[in-house]
Unconditional design. Structure first.
Length: 156
């Protein structure tokens, strides 16, 4: 008789070793596509953090890689928590939300399909690849890599 054992990477995170690996993959993908923003990219800093009123950051700030990584993980953890009820899909949804915003993801066909139990979401996910209303090849490439890395592998 086989038994399943869930191994937790960090007791406080609630992530298994497998989901911790997907979390790190998501962080790497975000860093790859967002890149480290420069002062001219205001109001975006670090790896795509949007500065809002009340944030401690001032115009012209350039974060170090370490500071940017810490901020990215803080933002990403909040998004993962928002989608925690979707289990293994929470990391995929959080990755999309990091780029589009959680409001857009909450209205998306991707989330509607998952809520309905429909796991055939690849084309819907990849369709979120527009910039200024037009399809963008680079964003499409990003969506494909995100989906292939974070959805299909968690289903195995």
């Amino acid at each position: 008789m086989l038994s399943l054992m869930v191994v937790v990477a960090d007791p406080d995170s609630g992530l298994t070793v497998d989901s911790r690996a997907h979390y790190e993959t998501a962080i790497s993908l975000i860093k790859k596509y967002e890149t480290l923003h420069k002062a001219k990219d205001w109001p975006y800093i670090g790896y795509g953090h949007r500065v809002w009123p009340g944030d401690k950051y001032k115009r012209g700030v350039k974060l170090t890689e370490t500071e940017a990584d810490i901020l990215l993980r803080k933002d990403f953890d909040k998004l993962c928590a928002m989608y925690r009820t979707y289990g293994a899909d929470s990391i995929l949804l959080a990755t999309l939300a990091y780029n589009l915003g959680h409001g857009a993801v909450n209205r998306s066909s991707v989330l509607k399909k998952l809520k309905a139990g429909n796991r055939d979401i690849r084309e819907s996910y990849i369709s979120y690849c527009k910039f200024n209303g037009r399809p963008h090849k680079g964003i499409r490439t990003r969506r494909i890599e995100e989906f292939d890395s974070l959805f299909q592998s968690v289903q195995q």
